[in-house]
Design a protein around this ligand. Structure first.
Ligand code: ADP
Ligand code: MG
Length: 247
């Protein structure tokens, strides 16, 4: 069981000439679910990208540590190896690379870094695909190529389940999912919090996901700042009244 903390402290970041994240602080402990809600353009995806080290963003201040390891000093692949996983809002197509191959590469890179993944990759992949209702035939296809939006999100979830990262950032994993798929995905991630102590930062607009993936803490992001923090009732309030009271 994983125990530790992902600590984001006064993080400021942006693109050249524009500060988008204006001082974000939050701490996700292993096994916890933190939801991040907020209007379009509030900086949610920027936060996800900056945490994972996507090129094109500048760090202007603050820190991000995973069990004391300075993530901002590391290239993306080493952040992954340290235990951070990103499910992208818009998963990219990778022609020529099947999911199984991508995961085998990720796993072998993690192996000497103390990865806690299950030993049999192929069996694990099929079991996880079945568990969230992803057609097994898609596992051999090039990553995300010609997949529907919903299939891509299930695909991201299968990757998470097989790689067993310590902390996962889910950027609108619910977008493009129908009600049943949303429940499957939400339940899988929720189970991971107790199975191996996954810590989750779930970016979402919808209370529906949070009915299955139950947040310990809810943050509302607006204008690149956390403007409200509370329990699950905060998500319900946002669902009822929108963001008008927070921006
Ligand atoms: P959210 O995910 O909350 O909808 P984003 O983080 O995607 O918001 O975007 C926040 C703001 O920063 C938006 O105004 C967006 O246009 C801008 N932005 C984010 N990333 C980039 C980028 N790489 N280049 C230019 N503008 C960006
Ligand atoms: Mg976004």
């Amino acid at each position: 069981m994983s125990t530790g903390e992902l600590v984001i402290e006064d993080l400021r970041a942006g693109i050249p000439g524009r500060e988008i994240l204006q001082g974000i602080s939050l701490t996700v402990a292993s096994g916890q679910v933190h939801a991040v809600m907020g209007p379009n353009g509030s900086g949610k995806s920027t936060l996800a990208h900056v945490l994972m080290g996507r090129p094109g963003y500048e760090i202007l201040g603050g820190s991000v540590t995973l069990d004391g390891i300075d993530l901002l000093a590391l290239p993306t692949w080493q952040r992954a190896r340290a235990g951070l996983f990103l499910a992208m809002q818009h998963p990219i197509e990778v022609p020529g690379v099947p999911l199984a191959e991508a995961l085998a590469a990720a796993r072998s890179s993690a192996a000497d870094g103390g990865g806690s993944a299950a030993p049999d990759l192929a069996a694990g992949l099929e079991a996880e695909a079945d568990r969230i209702g992803l057609d097994r035939r898609l596992l051999g296809r090039p990553l995300n190529v010609d997949l529907s939006g919903g299939e891509r999100k299930r695909n991201e979830t299968v990757q998470l389940a097989v790689l067993r990262p310590r902390f996962a950032v889910l950027d609108e994993i619910d977008s493009g999912l129908d009600v049943d798929a949303l429940a499957d995905v939400g339940r899988r991630v929720q189970a991971a919090t107790t199975e191996w102590g996954l810590g989750v930062l779930a970016i979402t607009h919808f209370h529906r996901l949070l009915d299955v993936l139950v947040p310990d803490v809810v943050h509302v992001l607006a204008g690149g700042r956390v403007v409200a923090t509370g329990g699950p009732d905060l998500a319900a309030a946002v669902d009822r009244s929108g963001y008008a009271g927070y921006v």
